[in-house]
Unconditional design. Structure first.
Length: 131
């Protein structure tokens, strides 16, 4: 049988911990009626990205009454506290799902003394040994 392209239309929403499987419904076009009820198929999923995200050091995150933010260095080397939406927490780094464009200079270890609009002098992080 020739390959056909289907569309995932729904999932169970959770992985079964016993079998480590996810019940998934895939709609497959069958205009020739070659696929009959009870038949099985081999499936290959092409999983695309779930959206653009940017990875920042966990130490760059600020969680306070103003929200979840990172300090970025903007035009004129002025600080700006940018609201962000976090994604996966990887321990030493965190994926940012929304709020950054990817070209910002992020302050890796902000302190409580930093103020919005404060002029700073960014420094390059040290190169890894052997790099």
């Amino acid at each position: 049988m020739q390959p056909v392209t289907g569309t995932v239309t729904r999932t169970a929403g959770a992985i079964d911990p016993g079998t480590r499987t996810l019940l998934t419904q895939v709609d497959i076009p069958n205009p020739s009626h070659r696929m009959l009820p009870g038949m099985f198929v081999y499936v290959e999923f092409k999983i695309g990205p779930s959206g653009t995200h940017w990875r920042v050091p966990a130490t760059a995150m600020m969680f306070n009454a103003q929200g979840t933010r990172v300090a970025i260095v903007g035009a004129g080397n002025k600080l700006h506290f940018q609201d962000v939406v976090i994604g996966r927490d990887l321990g030493t780094s965190i994926d940012i799902q929304a709020g950054l464009h990817g070209d910002e200079v992020v302050v890796s270890q902000p302190t409580v003394s930093l103020q919005e609009g404060q002029v700073v002098k960014p420094i390059e992080p040290p190169s890894p040994a052997g790099g």
